[in-house]
Design a protein around this ligand. Sequence first.
Ligand code: ADP
Ligand code: 5GP
Length: 213
Amino acid sequence: MSNESPLLVIVSSPSGAGKTTLTGRLRRQVEGVEFSVSHTTRRPRDGEQDGREYHFTDRPGFEELIRQDAFLEWAEVHSNLYGTSKTEISRKARGIIFDVDHQGARQIKSQRSDAVGIFILPPSMKTLYGRLKGRASEDAATVAARFAVAQEEIAHYGLFDYVLVNDDLEEATQKLVAIFLAEECRRNRSARLAERLLAEGRGFGGSTPPPAD
Ligand code: ADP
Ligand code: 5GP
């Protein structure tokens, strides 16, 4: 693991396209990748734990955090407030995943241009609807509302560096892992190591081999 700062990965999609599933799989395959845990005013789904999936907050509590300037970004999504606290970006990790909508993605990118944006698309709108319904964690009205704003979310795909189609789950996971590993190898992320090696080489005369231990 390098001692560079964490790779910041923004993952967005229309609801139900597979962000949670794919990023969970990425974390199981690449050690040291953490989720940014957002605040939200939406109610927890079955199985969600406060502090793990989200910090579940009431509206007045969330508005107080806005007043305190505690958020790196925040937005209203599906009639609830969601926000990333500034403290999330300073996690000590190999990578940090920000699962945010397009508004959040834009705000994070504007402050951290080195963040990598990945947009996940379903193979078809029919499949998206089926996945939303199949998740069974929301009632019919919530599913319908989320499907209705899917078009708007998809219209923002142009904000992102990568677009990943989540059709076959295994193939999509491999692509996400490949993007993460390739982004870690960007030249600017290794500049410090390269400079250190050059300094080390100069320390023992440049072209001569290092002294034996
Ligand atoms: P999001 O986090 O983007 O809202 P989820 O990860 O919760 O989406 O996925 C929505 C539903 O679709 C879940 O029930 C998940 O198990 C299912 N799903 C995700 N990816 C695939 C896939 N490639 N093939 C089939 N089902 C999938
Ligand atoms: P869900 O309620 O399904 O967990 O998330 C609904 C939407 O809110 C998703 O598009 C998700 O990416 C977005 N979201 C989750 N956390 C944040 C956040 O901290 N900021 C923003 N802007 N969007 C978020």
